[in-house]
Design a protein around this ligand. Structure first.
Ligand SMILES: Nc1ncnc2c1ncn2[C@@H]1O[C@H](COP(=O)(O)OP(=O)(O)O)[C@@H](O)[C@H]1O
Ligand SMILES: [Mg+2]
Length: 369
């Protein structure tokens, strides 16, 4: 098939190609009822003029946190005008001014002027509006780790939760969403006295849940009979092993694109394998980018001497060549294993029987290390 045919052909396997986009809002959203109920319970008091409660929403990437919050917020706003629910992506809005501008926009319909207006004025207008309209405010700070990085998390949380002291009757609460448990307790002491959250946990999806979610996505995205059950199961298995639903959704799209470029009316095993190959190679390139000098040096040693030395022997050579400690060798090796560039395996050999073999997980001739 020539390039023109590829570009011009009307035939498509995709019924709705947006079904594989990162911001696609799945109409069928299952397995998160418990968590969504907990979120709703936190907001509920506000529907009757009371104080909504705070929550920390915790779970690995792609466990449905963002989608659940957005669904619940949508339902709340549909059923009551007593609560203003605002979702904020902290990767996009990292300053105190930026976040309060979003709140301002939600209340007044436009963002405040970026210059010439002091923060205190915007804050004052927001709080007076909430007082006047007797509305509660629930703010979801998604991926709040970015706010810790910009050192604004404490200020924002404090400003919102202590507003009632200066503006009696203001009821605000915060949902802090994070993928990394490390951030759970990193608030300032002052903030910990006002931010007493309920924890809502999002566990990893099981294999059958992953398969169910991907099956729904296939139905929404492809025409019937484009993807067989066998391939869907292989994609679900790969997704479960890699722990992230986004991998599965991307694989589906990529399978579709490859099959389409091949002018095929269905996705075959060959298309799936090609999609997998390109995904794996993207991941390897990403992992390689994340290495520091000594990790890269060790990886090169492994690649140049494949199968010749075990971990102990290699760490000795590393120490002789660079003067670095065994501990730093082990740290680097752990990192290489964590980013899935190598596997290590106990061989039962060595002095204490704990020698580890290092196995490269990619072909070093295909990549620049
Ligand atoms: N239960 C589910 N049903 C359907 N799609 C889901 C489900 N959970 C997650 N997804 C999809 O997986 C991707 C990641 O979900 P998201 O809510 O962004 O996760 P998180 O915020 O935890 O990283 C999105 O494309 C979302 O549509
Ligand atoms: Mg998210």
């Amino acid at each position: 098939m020539g390039i023109e045919d590829i570009l011009m052909s009307d035939e498509s396997l995709f019924q709705n190609i947006n079904a594989f986009d990162p911001d696609y809002f799945p109409p069928n959203f299952n397995y998160r009822d418990t968590q969504m109920e907990a979120l709703a319970m936190s907001i509920r008091p506000a529907l009757r003029g009371g104080q909504p409660s705070n929550a920390v929403v915790l779970g690995s990437p792609a466990t449905g946190k963002t989608t659940s919050i957005r669904k619940v917020f949508e339902l709340v706003e549909k059923s009551s005008d007593k609560v203003v629910c605002l979702y904020i992506n902290c990767q996009l809005h990292t300053t105190r001014f930026g976040i309060f501008s979003q709140i301002y926009k939600k209340l007044f319909g436009h963002i405040p002027p970026e210059t010439g207006v002091p923060f205190s004025r915007i804050y004052d207008q927001i709080m007076k509006e909430l007082q006047k309209k007797e509305k509660a405010l629930v703010v979801a700070l998604d991926d709040i780790n970015y706010l810790f990085q910009s050192k604004n998390a404490d200020k924002v949380v404090y400003d919102l939760l202590r507003a009632y002291e200066e503006y009696p009757g203001v009821k605000a609460s915060i949902f802090a969403i994070m993928s990394d448990l490390e951030f759970k307790y990193s608030f300032d002491k002052n903030v910990n006295t006002v931010f007493i959250p309920q924890e809502i946990l999002f566990p990893l999806y099981t294999y059958s849940e992953i398969e169910g979610i991907l099956r729904d996505r296939v139905k929404a995205g492809f025409f019937p009979n484009v993807l067989s059950d066998e391939i869907l199961e292989q994609i679900a298995m790969y997704t479960e092993e890699n722990g992230d639903l986004r991998v599965g959704i991307n694989l589906l799209r990529s399978c579709g694109n490859i099959a389409e470029a091949d002018a095929s009316r269905e996705i075959t095993q060959v298309h799936f394998e090609k999609a997998l190959e390109s995904l794996v190679s993207v991941n390897i390139v990403e992992s390689l980018k994340s290495l520091n000098d000594s990790e890269r040096y060790i990886l090169r040693m492994v690649a140049d001497n494949e199968g010749m030395y075990n971990a102990g022997e290699l760490s000795k050579i590393f120490k002789e060549k660079t003067g670095s400690s065994y501990a730093s060798f082990n740290r680097a090796l752990d990192k290489l294993e964590f980013v899935r560039l190598v596997d290590t395996k106990y061989t039962g050999k060595g002095v204490k029987g704990n020698a580890r073999e290092i196995i490269l997980r990619f072909n070093p001739d295909d990549y620049a290390i």
